[in-house]
Design a binder for this molecule. Structure first.
Ligand code: FE2
Length: 284
């Protein structure tokens, strides 16, 4: 069993790196950490970076998870290899690019790309954004899946990942007490479907709703509240069609007797307030 201890980073391809950086800093509220050749690193917490934008194909996405140590990484390599998964080690240059000591990389059955990394760098200074969106952390990622049940079984078989709820076939999955760390949304192909940042309060969600609207940013869902996690949310679209989410109040599950619940794949299950998603993966 591969024990994930944290989310590490997302790597997101972009056709227009300056626009991606401008949106991330001036609109989303992340801090620019560094720009290197064809790359820009941004963060909204104490990680070295939460997102690395890479100039290239906008469909090229990688999600990085953190493992506890090198022994866990060796075991993970053997587990995936033994399961017939194509897995390889990152080169020293690739480790440096990700600011991790070591990592291995593989794909899920849909073709989503993942890194398992050890000792990702922490930031040496506190997060200090140019726009105060109230962000306090990188919290979860929505992934596309061509077969949600198959991919959920992949994660629950080989990893310390379990479902906490389902909306239709879409599993809201976690490796710790946060209601969901990844969610698998049925779609036609792989990719990161949305990237979530938690914010300090409902005031931050609503303040951003007015701000984003004034900036002509396309709000694609919300403000609303999820029936599953209880989080109040706002989804909006950035460059390259990437959807970002602010949310506040995600449920923490500490009850050992908690059982995952099945919700129907309806707009009401996505939002108890009545907001209608303008997100293809959230519509039946
Ligand atoms: Fe979300």
């Amino acid at each position: 069993m591969i024990e994930i201890v944290d989310l590490a980073y997302a790597r997101v391809g972009t056709a227009d790196l300056p626009s991606a950086v401008r949106f991330a800093t001036e609109t989303l509220g992340l801090q620019l950490v560094r720009e290197e050749e064809n790359r820009a690193y941004v963060r909204g917490d104490d990680r070295d970076h939460d997102i690395c934008y890479v100039a290239g194909a906008p469909s090229d996405h990688v999600l990085g998870f953190e493992l506890a140590d090198e022994e866990a990484l060796r075991d993970a390599f053997d587990t995936l290899k033994g399961a017939g998964v194509d897995v390889s080690h990152g080169t020293p240059e690739e480790c440096n690019d990700r600011r991790v000591q070591q990592f291995i990389t593989f794909q899920d059955p849909t073709g989503n790309k993942f890194d398992l990394a050890v000792r990702p760098h922490k930031a040496t200074r506190r997060y200090f954004p140019t726009r105060d969106a109230g962000i306090n952390g990188f919290s979860h990622v929505g992934l596309r899946t061509t077969d949600a049940r198959r991919d959920e079984a992949f994660w629950t078989t080989h990893f310390n990942i379990h479902p906490n709820d389902w909306i239709g076939d879409a599993g809201l999955l976690s490796f710790d007490h946060v209601h969901h760390r990844i969610a698998l949304f049925p779609a036609n192909g792989p990719g990161i479907q949305h990237i979530n940042f938690q914010v300090d309060s409902i005031d931050d969600v609503m303040r951003s709703w007015y701000f984003l609207s004034s900036q002509q940013v396309r709000v694609v869902f919300g403000p609303g509240r999820h029936a599953t996690s209880g989080a109040m949310f706002l989804y909006f679209e950035g460059p390259d069609g990437m959807v970002y989410e602010y949310s506040h109040g995600v449920r923490l599950i500490d009850d050992p007797n908690y059982r995952p619940r099945q919700f129907p794949f309806t707009p009401e299950a996505f939002c108890v307030w009545g907001a209608k998603p303008d997100i293809p993966e959230f519509r039946s």
